[in-house]
Design a protein around this ligand. Structure first.
Ligand code: PLP
Length: 385
């Protein structure tokens, strides 16, 4: 009897990822298959696997599991989140016009700005939370609308359904960077986007021990093009990393809920603290995107929050012990970073100011530690100001 997967919840689908994917030995989990090439019975007829750049069994298991969570018909797995975004750019002809959120990830802006002169792309950065501005930017035949919501690090919320409708009307492919939340919290394809892109490195794997990326889509023709470029450019995910990310994915819904709950608790305490200038967290009722986030994010607000303290942010950073100073987000361990000096250092100072990323902005990624321990750490660090 085969299971009706469409009726299963996210936690069930995630926990069952890769189970029974070892027909050779009946192992409960999918094995790591390191073969670079696969034998053929007939020179003219490849088997299900042919050459590991094109396809490998571990990648197939993980792609199937992520596509299931995203509501996609398939997914392409890449060697990093940036390789996933670059894979999407391969869909565009030379001279294409790209509209991107003005506060998207610094690495995305670095890539877009470098590809622009090379391929004649016209890049227009727009405030995607302002639908009138977005519609104006999309006007004459944009080829790609690239959104990121919540945006990293200011956590602005874009109305995916409305923005996708505008992108579609302009004839653009609509892609959403879903890294900050993962499909456990937000599913852009169900809200009208054509493509959902994520870094696997962050909350999907969740254990800070591999780097990878994924592009999910509904349209099989778009997936064919993506798979063609993945093979042609050779930027696919390797078998070890696919194994690790599959293991991480199995606990994703549980981690996403626990980390969101802890982030909300810390954001609430921070927002009532007189030593804090401002807290950005979409779970706070005072956040401008709160109501929208509550609707399109299944009631969870993710692991990321940012803040400005009153006083020297360095004193605050030096006082933290449980929050480790490092780039990345979404892992089991809590991290702190200064976006202007770290994740968003590739942007010009003007672009950072425009995106609202001040030099003193501090970003916290909330992990799985006890929330009272995390608060004690923050409280001790704030006392140094
Ligand atoms: C980290 C990140 C990326 C890039 O992912 P890598 O796996 O580091 O290449 C893209 N988008 C967002 C929002 C990210 O946080």
């Amino acid at each position: 009897m085969s299971r009706d997967r469409t009726r299963e919840g996210l936690a069930t689908r995630a926990a069952r990822a890769g189970i029974n994917a070892d027909p050779g030995h009946g192992g409960i989990v999918a094995p790591i298959n390191l073969a670079a090439t696969y034998l053929r019975e007939d020179p003219a007829v490849p088997g299900p696997f042919d050459y590991a750049r094109t396809h490998n069994p571990g990648r197939a298991v993980l792609a199937d599991a992520i596509a299931g969570l995203e509501g996609a018909s398939g997914a392409c797995l890449t060697a990093s989140g940036m390789a996933a975004i670059d894979l999407v750019l391969n869909l565009l002809p030379a001279g294409a016009r790209i509209v991107a959120a003005h506060d998207c990830y610094g690495g995305t802006q670095r890539l877009l700005n470098a590809r622009a002169p090379q391929r004649g792309f016209e890049i227009v950065y727009a405030d995607a939370t302002d639908l009138t501005a977005l519609e104006a930017a999309l006007q004459p035949g944009a080829a790609l609308l690239f959104l990121e919501t919540p945006s990293n690090p200011r956590l602005r919320i874009t109305h995916i359904e409305a923005a996708s409708a505008l992108g579609c009307k302009a004839g653009a492919i609509v892609a959403v960077d879903n890294t900050v939340l993962s499909p456990a919290i937000q599913r852009p394809l169900e809200l009208g986007a054509d493509i959902s892109v994520s870094s696997l490195t962050k909350i999907i794997n969740g254990h800070s021990d591999m780097v990878g990326g994924v592009v999910s889509a509904r349209d099989p023709a778009l997936l064919d093009d993506l798979a063609w470029w993945l093979n042609a450019s050779g930027t696919g995910l390797g078998p070890f990393d696919a194994f690790l990310a599959t293991r991480g994915l199995r606990t994703l819904p549980l981690r996403a809920k626990a980390q969101s709950d802890a982030a909300l608790e810390l954001a609430t305490r921070l927002s009532g603290d007189r030593r804090v200038e401002r807290v950005d967290y979409p779970g706070l009722t005072g956040h401008p995107g709160h109501a929208l986030a509550a609707r399109q994010q299944a009631g969870l607000f993710g692991p990321l929050l940012s803040l400005e303290v009153k006083g020297d942010p360095r004193s605050f950073l030096e006082g933290l012990e449980l929050f480790t100073l490092a780039q990345s987000l979404g892992g089991a361990e809590s991290l702190v970073s200064v976006p202007a000096l770290m994740t968003h250092a590739a942007m010009t100072p003007e672009a950072r100011t425009h995106a609202g990323i001040s030099d003193s902005l501090v970003r916290l990624s909330v992990g799985l530690e006890d929330v009272d321990d995390l608060w004690r750490d923050i409280d001790t660090a704030l006392a140094r100001l």
